[in-house]
Design a protein around this ligand. Structure first.
Ligand code: BES
Ligand code: MN
Ligand code: MN
Length: 482
């Protein structure tokens, strides 16, 4: 049967099987695969096995590949390879996704338990959530990976075969820094080198009903600093004003990380930054986005549109590096008052990076700056929490054209926007840096999906679009072979 006819049957299958696809996703979402917390080790593996079972249902022969070292075991990678139909001459496609999720905390802010998925009805009004599944991992990333798994299932069911040469790599440590991924990629160098393009669904659309392809994600460098002062907690009456208070001193140093224009003050921080082109800035300015409304949704007014001077909100998210304090602790944080000068104070500090910044170089520059700004009598302790390179995708590849075609076919003729994202997906930079492999980021999330937050959701319209896009994309790739 001709490819186009087979695709039609696959899409009919997706429509007919929609309810069971949702039921399957719910089953997966019930497994609390929190990779950062050792207490959930067995659950993480169970989520990997669940995904492997779905790949098996689609006619593949998946394996769980162990990661890490005997002393520091990691979470398994779900790995499967399908050679493609006999005589196949199209691209070898790598599909990457992650089956681990963020911790659900704070639990009390969830309207329903994070691992007891519920379907909520559409809300009324303009730009409000449609029918959706609410659970931790709904959009990041199980729901999006499930849209791909369903496309595989439907192709296998209707056409008897997946029409492309395909390798599937599902990671279980993305949300905890992908610490074992680099080694895995090195160990599978030869195989991965034979891939022509990577496909990832782990980003968002421009807006509801506005599909998009993401051509850049930011990098990340995550650090923790502890400022040590006196060797014991002290009475602030006897010692206040006589010796360094690590909280006072840490706050003062951290406050100097930004200047009047909200630019990061670390020497060399902007050295390797590749600025967006005037054409990009023009194209972004034309995107149909309502910035005051976006601030309104997070409870802020338009006065809150602050950041590095000289750049718009979108430019600051997509094309400028930033520094954020993600946590800060010290001294007495319990109920009531305690007059204390603590021995130490600490902060978690991360940098979002853009092309061509190098996370290692940024971390070294930050340490150098801290050393140069050590408060008198104090000492820094420094912990590196890893991160990843920024990922940029070429916008003129035949693969991107295939992705545009697939999205357009799945979205009923609607053209896909080309966007960037402020988030980070370490594997993108890793594949590009180690293997020169380009990625297609085709995401189906929405801005108000509450990624990493309580009441995370994935809208069923987005799930549908994801399933159909992946079904069409497989056909587009198969066609590239001629
Ligand atoms: N899927 C996200 C990245 C993302 C979020 C892309 C929102 C686009 C929009 C991914 O799972 C993630 O959370 N990445 C982490 C980085 C990681 C090293 C912990 C991030 O961006 O903080
Ligand atoms: Mn993700
Ligand atoms: Mn995430």
């Amino acid at each position: 049967m001709e490819l186009g006819m087979r695709l039609e049957r696959v899409r009919t299958n997706l429509n007919a099987e929609e309810q069971s696809a949702i039921d399957r996703l719910i089953e997966w979402l019930r497994i609390p695969s929190i990779s950062t917390d050792p207490a959930y080790r067995a659950e993480v593996r169970r989520a990997a096995e669940w995904a492997a079972d779905r790949l098996r249902d689609a006619g593949l022969a998946p394996e769980l590949r162990e990661t890490g070292t005997p002393g520091a075991p990691g979470h398994p990678i779900v790995w499967a390879h399908h050679p493609g139909p006999a005589g196949y001459s199209g691209p070898h496609v790598l599909f990457y996704g992650h089956y681990d999720v963020q911790p659900p905390d704070p639990l009390e802010l969830w309207e329903s338990p994070p691992f007891e998925p519920v379907i909520k009805p559409a809300e009324r009004g303009e730009d409000v959530p449609g029918e959706r599944v609410v659970a931790r991992g709904a959009v990041d990333d199980k729901g999006q990976v499930a849209s791909f798994l369903e496309a595989l299932r439907a192709w296998h069911a209707e056409a008897g075969e997946i029409p492309v040469r395909l390798t599937v790599l599902l990671e279980g440590e993305e949300e905890s820094g992908s610490v074992n991924l680099e080694r895995f990629v090195k160990e599978h160098d030869a195989h991965l080198r034979s891939c022509d393009v990577c496909v990832i669904s782990d980003t968002g659309m421009l807006a509801r009903g506005e599909p998009a392809i993401t051509y850049g994600v930011r990098g990340l460098a995550y650090t923790e600093v502890i400022l040590h002062g006196p060797n014991q907690d002290l009475h602030s009456g006897m010692w206040g004003g006589r010796c360094p208070n690590p909280i006072n001193e840490l706050s003062k140093v951290l406050a100097r990380l930004w200047d009047q224009d909200r630019r990061v003050t670390i020497p060399g921080f902007y050295d390797d930054v590749l600025e967006p082109t005037p054409e990009e800035r023009r194209a972004w300015a034309d995107l149909p986005l309502d910035y005051p409304a976006m601030l309104g949704k997070i409870g802020l007014t338009k006065e809150a549109d602050i950041g590095e001077k000289g750049w718009t909100a979108l430019e600051r998210e997509w094309a400028r590096p930033t520094c954020d304090i993600n946590g800060i602790v010290g001294g007495y944080t319990g109920k009531g008052a305690k007059t204390v000068i603590p021995t130490h104070a600490s902060a978690k500090i991360s940098f979002r990076l853009v092309a061509d910044q190098d996370p290692g170089k940024i971390v070294r520059a930050f340490r150098g700056w801290l050393d140069a700004n050590t408060p008198p009598g104090c000492r820094w302790e420094f912990i590196d929490h890893g991160g990843g390179f920024p990922g940029t995708v070429s916008t003129d590849s035949p693969y991107l054209a295939a992705a545009r075609g697939a999205l357009e076919a799945a979205a009923g003729g609607k053209q896909a926007h080309l966007i960037k994202s402020g988030g980070s997906i370490p594997v993108v930079g890793l594949l590009k840096g180690q293997l020169g492999l380009d990625t297609l980021l085709i995401g189906f999330g929405l801005d108000d999906d509450r990624v990493h937050s309580p009441n995370e959701k994935f809208e069923l319209d987005c799930f549908r679009l994801g399933m159909h896009t992946h079904a069409c994309l497989l056909s587009e790739f198969a066609e590239m072979g001629g």
